[in-house]
Design a protein around this ligand. Structure first.
Ligand SMILES: C[S@@+](CC[C@H](N)C(=O)[O-])C[C@H]1O[C@@H](n2cnc3c(N)ncnc32)[C@H](O)[C@@H]1O
Ligand code: SF4
Length: 406
């Protein structure tokens, strides 16, 4: 594999327009959701993101004038267990007042630790930022992973937590937001369809619709990763079975059944929100899936994933993973931010080689089975060609064009 030939131009290409930077504030969790890899994986090492390291990374992004559309303050574990969570928000808000280096931030949480005090602290930070001139939607979304509407089901999908706690926390969060006169962060009430909960999605939607009517606020219902974030909303989501294709098909059938009443009512095509890859992987053809696995692997026409070009995923210990799929892998990291800068790692040899592999149609590291690529989107042909041209790799452009058989 060839290396970076034109670092300056490539730096500019890769870091000036990042889709997102994802920080795993901790790989600890206080709940054991059966759907989640966190519940069965034993990490060699667990910990919390060091605030000083976070500052160092953000300072580099600001000083180098990089830009990220989204800064995600969660990934693998439960981010609100971090005792300094609000300091991370406060830091990026204060820095954004000096230099516009990101558009939005967001967090996904089981909501258990988001009590009145923490909610008040986070929302005070948001209010101060907005009062000082930041756009209202800077802290765009707090996503609550709820997944149930009855205490019995909740105990099955979130063992170790109680439904009334999270319901209380959600309502408190909304009332503090209201009292501060804020429209953002909007909240997502997420419901991931699983064996234990699929039958109560209707009751979930009805309950929350009634509640929002009572408080005089709109509540939308969405079915995919792609939704607008102008209002609070419910997101009914499919469950990922992590490479178990036969289970995946069963779960996906449950998902299609669960969303049918809403999609029919609104003439909504669930596949319209997903890429072809999603449809091809989860095509409900059980025999074919068991025989072939994911149909899409090593496809000649498969496009490189935006994730490896535009979205650094940073673990709590400063390791950058080569993509979001490497949450559990201790190996597939490309460098540690305690030792090197973001620029050095993200434009370094290891990431470059991963990108070139994908440009050449080689999808290693579990990418051949990945069904979440639609979250990131695909690199376009012109983006790839520009990337290779900037690095002086004209020979690879021809190879790429041949592979794609334009
Ligand atoms: C790993 S969790 C970490 C953040 C936080 N603990 C939470 O629960 O929101 C990140 C997101 O992954 C979702 N998730 C976990 N396992 C999943 C699965 N098998 N399929 C779909 N989504 C899943 C959670 O609902 C959550 O929104
Ligand atoms: S709360 Fe979040 S991180 Fe914890 S087990 Fe559930 S989905 Fe996974």
């Amino acid at each position: 594999m060839s290396g970076i030939k034109n670092r300056k131009k490539i730096n500019k290409y890769l870091l000036k327009k990042l889709q997102e930077i994802q920080f795993d504030l901790t790989n600890h969790c206080n709940v054991n959701c059966p759907m989640c890899y966190m519940s069965y994986h034993r990490f060699k090492e667990q910990g919390f993101f060091q605030f000083d390291l976070f500052k160092k990374i953000i300072d580099e992004v600001v000083d180098e004038k990089y830009f990220a559309t989204m800064i995600k303050l969660y990934w693998i574990g439960e981010p609100l267990l971090h005792p300094e969570f609000n300091m991370f928000v406060d830091y990026i808000f204060k820095k954004k007042l000096l230099h516009d280096f990101f558009k939005h931030t967001m967090v996904s949480t089981n909501g258990f630790a988001l009590d009145r005090t923490l909610a008040q602290n986070i929302l005070n930070t948001v209010k101060t930022g907005v009062d000082n001139g930041l756009p209202e939607d800077t802290f765009l979304v707090v996503l609550f992973s709820v997944d149930a509407i009855t205490p019995e089901t909740y105990r099955l999908v979130k063992p170790g937590a109680e439904l009334n706690n999270i319901m209380e926390n959600i309502k408190t969060f909304l009332s503090i937001r209201e009292s501060l006169g804020l429209n953002y962060p909007v909240i997502t009430l997420q419901f991931v369809i699983q064996e234990h909960n699929h039958s109560e999605v209707g009751a979930f939607v009805d309950y929350w619709k009634r509640f929002f009517r009572k408080i005089g606020k709109p509540l939308e219902v969405h079915y995919s990763w792609w939704h607008n974030n102008e209002h609070d909303h419910i997101a009914i989501m499919p469950c990922t079975a992590h490479s178990d294709f036969s289970k995946q098909n069963q779960l996906y059938k449950l998902y299609l059944d669960a969303i049918a009443p809403y999609t029919e009512a609104e003439n909504h095509d669930p596949f319209g929100d997903y890429s072809n890859r999603f449809r091809d992987c989860w095509d409900l053809d059980l025999d074919k899936q068991e025989k072939d696995g994911c149909e899409y692997d090593s496809d000649d026409n498969r496009q490189p994933c935006s994730s490896v070009f535009k979205a650094p995923n940073i673990k709590h210990n400063g390791e950058i993973a080569l993509c979001c799929r490497q949450a559990l892998s201790e190996e597939n990291n490309v460098g540690n931010l305690n030792k090197n800068t973001l620029t050095e790692i993200w434009t370094g040899e290891k990431m470059h080689n991963v990108r070139l592999e994908q440009i050449n149609g080689i999808f290693n590291y579990g990418c051949d089975e990945c069904i979440t690529q639609e979250q990131w989107g695909f690199m376009t042909d012109s983006e790839i060609i520009e990337f290779l041209r900037l690095n002086g790799e004209e020979n690879l452009i021809n190879k790429f064009v041949d592979r794609k058989q334009f």
